[in-house]
Design a binder for this molecule. Structure first.
Ligand code: B12
Length: 162
């Protein structure tokens, strides 16, 4: 295989799901990546060690157990505390409610994730991200702005039930 970029693939510490990681490893390899798959329940320290050792072009984080939003915040803050900066894409099912997706995407983009891939079109959008990254570098990617859903907006009205 012609390796065109280096990738570290991880999940968050709470998440024991495996096949999402296998799927993403294969997808990334098909798109020219050499992949260091850290496997399930990845501690922040292991991700940090892999980034120091591999100097990847991209960190991909996948979580599906519903606790990924919290784990994603812990992971990125932990990497920052260790002085590690790398383009980082995350996706899967990061909470237990699809109605949280826009808010979660917005908060993780604000935190510094390069992009957040949730919902039915996640893989299609991720393929576009990989094509762009190969051509121009992952740090040049500008994510589409996150939507603000009516129920998350500052103007949303909570009606009192009497
Ligand atoms: C197998 C399985 C398990 C196995 C995992 C075994 C193993 N070693 O992998 C076991 C039994 C251990 C398990 C445990 C739990 N599970 Co489970 N599990 C599943 C199940 C049935 C299949 C997951 C799977 O392998 N899918 C195949 C892969 C290829 O697909 P995928 O994970 O959906 O990933 C796709 C997308 O999400 C996306 N994607 C994922 N990551 C990323 C990242 C990026 C960057 C991108 C672009 C895309 C992307 O791409 C993938 C391909 O389309 C799903 C239900 C389902 N049918 O999906 C529940 C499911 C994921 N589990 C669930 C839950 C709640 C749990 C538990 C919390 C249950 C419990 N109360 O104990 C625990 C959590 C354990 C833990 N610590 O993490 C929920 C999560 C709910 C949520 N997020 O809203 C699900 C969705 C079931 C449900 N409908 O409620 N589980």
């Amino acid at each position: 295989m012609n390796v065109r970029f280096r990738c570290v693939l991880s999940t968050v510490e709470s998440d024991s799901h495996l096949w999402n990681l296998v799927y993403l490893q294969k997808l990334l390899e098909e798109n020219g990546a050499s992949v260091h798959n850290l496997g399930p329940c990845t501690p922040v320290e292991s991700v940090a060690d892999a980034i120091r050792a591999d100097r990847p072009d991209l960190l991909v984080v996948s979580s599906v157990n519903g606790h990924g939003f919290h784990g994603a915040q812990v992971l990125l803050s932990g990497l920052r505390e260790r002085g590690l900066e790398v383009p980082c894409a995350i996706g899967g099912k990061l909470t237990t409610a699809v109605s949280d997706d826009d808010r979660v995407r917005r908060e993780l983009l604000d935190l510094g994730y390069t992009d957040v891939f949730l919902g039915d079109d996640a893989i299609a959008r991720f393929r576009g991200f990989l094509r762009f990254g190969l051509a121009q570098g992952f740090s040049a990617w500008r994510a589409d702005p996150a939507l603000i859903t009516p129920w998350d907006s500052a103007n949303s009205v909570t009606r009192k039930v009497s």
